[in-house]
Write a new protein. Structure first.
Length: 225
């Protein structure tokens, strides 16, 4: 092979290698741009989906809060809000009165700190902390604040909640009001004679009433038959 042909062959090979490198670089650039575009597009879709979810949650949350605050203003009358009111706290707007009413100091003297926290300040005892939860002897359950009989042992059942539970109270012994605390609507149960807070009633109890009076054991006093 002549030197001229050899030179031409080398020039051809170099040109071919250069074109391959150039084509590869161009492909890399195009791929990078495409990836960036795809990434940007996916990012926009994710942002749109996230914004849509946030907007939906905000709308639902705002609607729920509106209904909640509306229920506060419509469900609680001055009488309803006077549960467990003390004699030195009754005002012209709070007309709810009970047969037994005491001052805050008098209640503190007649009740234990735990009883006072639940009966007068609407507290809640820890589940499974009351021995009355597992008490199934025959007898009556009286209000720890005024000794009014509230429930009888024949209506007590094991709700497995950790609180003494009954499916029915003694007629006329308890009263109920709407409780909107803890961002939910519940039915509060209190003593009809002294207004002491007892617990709440739910519609998931056994027959024949289908109700579950979930009571704080510390608000009750068991009297054996």
């Amino acid at each position: 092979m002549s030197s001229r042909n050899t030179t031409t062959l080398f020039a051809y090979i170099k040109a071919k290698i250069f074109l391959k490198k150039l084509a590869y670089q161009v492909f890399q650039k195009i791929s990078g741009v495409s990836s960036n575009i795809n990434g940007l597009y996916v990012g926009i879709l994710i942002m749109k989906k996230r914004d849509l979810l946030l907007t939906g949650a905000a709308v639902i949350g705002g609607s729920w809060l509106f209904q909640f605050w509306r229920s506060l203003s419509t469900d609680l009358s001055p009488i309803d809000s006077a549960i467990a009111v003390d004699s030195n706290q009754v005002t012209a707007q709070s007309t709810k009165r009970y047969k037994i009413m005491k001052t805050e100091d008098e209640w503190k003297q007649s009740l234990t700190p735990e009883q006072y926290s639940v009966l007068r300040k609407h507290g809640t005892e820890r589940p499974s902390s009351s021995p009355l939860d597992k008490e199934y002897s025959a007898g009556a359950y009286n209000c720890a604040g005024c000794d009014l009989p509230l429930f009888v042992s024949d209506t007590k059942f094991n709700s497995r909640t950790g609180w003494p539970s009954f499916f029915a109270p003694i007629e006329g012994a308890i009263a109920t009001t709407t409780d909107n605390s803890l961002f939910m609507k519940r039915v509060e149960v209190h003593c009809s004679r002294c207004g002491g807070h007892l617990g709440h009633v739910f519609d998931d109890g056994p027959k024949p009433t289908g109700q579950r009076y979930c009571m704080n054991g510390v608000s009750l006093k068991f009297v054996p038959a």
